[in-house]
Design a protein. Sequence first.
Length: 249
Amino acid sequence: MTLERGGGNGADGDDRGSAGGPRMRADARRNRDRLLAAARDVFVEDGAGAPLEDVARRAGVGIATLYRRFPDRPALLRQVALDVMRRSADEAAAALAEEPDAFAALARYMHRALDLRIAAVMPELVGRLQIAQDPELLAARARSVERIDQIIEGARADGSLRLDVANGDVGLLLVRLARPLPGPFPRELDNELAHRHLDLLLDGLRSGAIPAALEGPAMTFDELASMPTPGDETQPPPAEAKEAKGEHQ
């Protein structure tokens, strides 16, 4: 049975003490970061109502540690949202600053967003958050959107991005790619396929560019059909099956 504690104000999770006190210790900061990453993954895989014990277990801490940092579920959901939106803004800013052109910045940002599962977890959270009434969430979202818009406008301006691509297209494409595939896809394979499919989409977003070489596995329908169902270990994953077949030829 999941423990649900009430009475929290939902504002916990900053890395400073109350009333502007000292910043949290390094070990406490690591625990907080592990909990946020674990919560993100659990909510992506099992929904925002998943047991909080699963989050603590995934993070490698006790449930009491989770509740010391986040007094109730709404507080944890809010901090996961703040964390991923801040990371989104930081990744977009880094891409703008470090990539040679705007389209390269767009490609880098979208790949990093897949790695951070930003577009996978936010759809699970938005219905449980009062974003319109939360100035901190509004500011974090605005900062993220502003940075991404700068990338998109730059790519439009230099002619590398199709003029009919809206910023909402970029966000929704990430949502479609970021959700785990149904069926027996291991996490690593699912992630590789998401990046491969993103490269295909990026070629579709380019304005008159030569398609780049695709990375990640090129899976056939036969390989998809041969994927083992959950609990069935009689069939090896496609990559292992190919290797085994090659050894016997």
